[in-house]
Design a protein around this ligand. Structure first.
Ligand SMILES: [Zn+2]
Length: 302
């Protein structure tokens, strides 16, 4: 029934976050041993949404529709929103002008401030396109449009029931994990593209190849390979990455995403040497790009 057996991991993660919600709802108060895993899995949910949009989980249309609703509820927004902004914009324009998730929305720098304002900036750019997309679809393909509108209806209905049931539990156990999902995936998009060279054949994207993060984030770190073949199943990305990695500037291949966040956005507040270099600006100004040493990155640590 699954298109790829590796999506058993997706099902396991989805079942785990659903179980955590039910158990926490029953307990009724925050237990950090349950709450932290539910927030970590919320981050995985955003990646599962991304993967399901590119390569649907199931062979069956009905199961895919039910998965759309399941993911929408845990993601915190109808997942059809990914089609105009990610599939039709980001993958076509790849951080160029017009891409609603381009990193230049927050300027040319890359620091803690630009990182923190990026989710708001890109959400403002993305939201209107969802409704333009649905409006066009209404005229062109009514059946498909109904399918996407139903995500809004199911999502709104489920949230309303939860709020009426217990608004405090809804806030703690549903809304906060949802916001974690929708925000962290935008942070990921930012670090995957900021200061890469959007005009380059191979250096348009930053990769994070650590094992633990790629287990939890279903190989989302192999982002260059994903851009190379967006409809390749996530389980095949490491193999593609190994074929193309010698084409990529080594400064764009990071072991650990957590170390990158800490190094660039925290240590970078105090030490200039931890800032990233804008590869496109360097190329345009005629400077060769010099690989930065991955100091104390703790290879294999995520
Ligand atoms: Zn994608």
């Amino acid at each position: 029934m699954l298109q790829y057996k590796e999506d058993l991991r997706t099902l396991f993660f989805m079942s785990a976050i659903t179980t955590l919600l039910v158990v926490q709802w029953k307990i009724g108060e925050i237990q950090f041993l349950l709450y932290i895993p539910s927030l970590i899995l919320a981050v995985s949910v955003s990646i599962m949404v991304h993967n399901h949009i590119h390569v649907p989980l199931w062979k069956s249309k009905t199961l895919n529709l039910l998965t759309d609703y399941w993911l929408t509820f845990f993601y915190g927004y109808p997942i059809c929103g990914w089609i105009p902004t990610h599939v039709m914009s980001h993958h076509v324009l790849n951080n160029q002008d017009g891409d609603t998730s381009r990193t230049s929305l927050v300027g040319k720098k890359n620091n803690l401030f630009t990182l923190l304002i990026y989710p708001t900036a890109t959400t403002r750019a993305q939201l209107p396109t969802h409704f333009v997309f649905l409006k066009k679809l209404w005229a062109k393909n009514r059946r498909r449009c109904y399918k996407y509108i139903s995500q809004f209806a199911v999502f709104g209905g489920m949230m309303l029931i939860a709020l009426l049931w217990d608004w405090k539990k809804t806030l703690l156990f549903i809304f906060i994990p949802q916001q974690t999902a929708v925000t962290t995936v935008l942070f990921f998009n930012y670090v995957q593209h900021v200061h890469a060279d959007r005009d380059s054949r191979w250096n348009h994207t930053r990769d994070f190849i650590g094992r633990i993060s790629n287990f939890l984030l279903l190989n989302n770190g192999f982002h260059g390979a994903h851009h190379e073949r967006p409809n390749l199943h996530w389980s095949r990305l490491p193999e593609l990455h190994s074929k193309i990695e010698n084409q990529i500037n080594p400064v764009l291949i990071e072991q650990s995403i957590l170390w990158f966040f800490f190094r660039v956005y925290i240590l970078g507040l105090f030490f200039k040497r931890f800032h990233t270099q804008d590869l496109r600006e360097l190329r345009l100004s005629g400077h060769a790009t010099v690989p930065q040493p991955q100091t104390a990155s703790g290879a294999g640590v995520n």
